[in-house]
Write a protein that binds this ligand. Structure first.
Ligand code: CO8
Length: 256
């Protein structure tokens, strides 16, 4: 039984809630480990086709790594600490949607950016305030922000710790939808249900191909896309999808 996260399901959508609202959902090592384990369990579960990740309470998605836990750590503690859990989260194949209400700061912003889409309420604030603590982002903040916001705005955020609004993140393409306060979870669930209706093997291979755009040169990314495209012609869902189109009916995908 997890201590810091809630695990639920809504039909084909898995819902994970970071549940430390009094500490603004600060991410301690146990919590990140629980999150990685729950994500892996959903990833292995054929009935789950999309995952929504959110934070409990109105104030925060997550206000970053737990500063109180981190404050006494050595470099070796950090090396042997929760970084492996962040890598486990990065390896999840099922599409993940972050539903962000309130603060997504430091590791919280990085966790949202590790997800595949972000739905934010209008009061959401994104930031990398690590510099104010004498450190820098450690779970992808400098890289993922620079690739979407560009160098100059990222430098400002990372060098000054300034927070930016959901609206600005959306204008830069880092947030899919900005919704009225309190509606981020219901909107994320709507989006998740749309993803969950698709052929799940195609959705996983689509996620892999899009992510390749961030980590490989263009030629390699194109190769990954092409191979995944060919591979999908081995699936029953591809036959079903095309047959359904020809017969003018809705496709029923089985994940085979
Ligand atoms: N860690 C621990 N506790 C926290 C954190 C945090 N990140 N954020 C908030 N809390 C706690 C507060 O200490 C407070 O607890 P208490 O009531 O016991 O004093 C409670 O949550 C409520 O917080 P506040 O009273 O501060 O609430 P405010 O509304 O006044 O302020 C803020 C909200 C602005 C969000 C403020 O809480 C804040 O600045 N928090 C810290 C934000 C931050 O610096 N985040 C970055 C942390 S470093 C990081 O994330 C590095 C990631 C590395 C990942 C890679 C690992 C391998």
């Amino acid at each position: 039984m997890a201590q810091y996260i809630l695990v639920e399901r809504d039909e084909r959508v898995g819902i994970l809630t970071i549940n430390r609202p009094k500490e603004l959902n600060a991410l301690n090592t146990t919590l990140i480990g629980e999150l990685a384990t729950a994500l892996e369990e959903f990833d292995r579960d054929e009935a789950i086709r999309c995952i929504v990740l959110t934070g409990a309470g109105e104030k925060a998605f997550a206000a970053g790594a737990d500063i109180k836990e981190m404050s006494g750590k050595s470099p070796i503690d950090m090396l042997q600490g929760d970084f492996e859990h962040w890598l486990r989260i990065k390896r999840i194949h099922t599409p993940i949607i972050a539903a962000v209400g309130g603060y997504a700061l430091g590791g919280g912003c990085e966790l949202a950016m590790l997800c595949d889409m972000i739905v934010a309420s209008e009061n959401a604030r994104f930031g990398q305030p690590e510099i104010l603590l004498g450190i820098i982002p450690g779970a992808g903040g400098t890289q993922r922000l620079a690739r979407t916001l560009g160098k100059y705005r990222t430098m400002e955020m990372v060098l000054t710790g300034t927070q930016i609004s959901a609206q600005e993140m959306a204008a830069h393409g880092l947030v899919n939808r900005v919704v009225p306060k309190g509606e981020h979870l219901s909107e994320a669930l709507k989006l998740a249900k749309m993803v969950a209706e698709q052929a799940p093997i195609a959705a996983r291979l689509a996620k892999e191909a899009v992510l390749a755009a961030f980590e490989t040169p263009l030629a390699e990314g194109l190769e990954i896309e092409r191979k995944n495209f060919f591979l999908l012609f081995a699936t029953e869902d591809m036959r079903e999808g095309m047959q359904a189109f020809i017969e003018k009916r809705k496709a029923e995908f089985q994940g085979r």
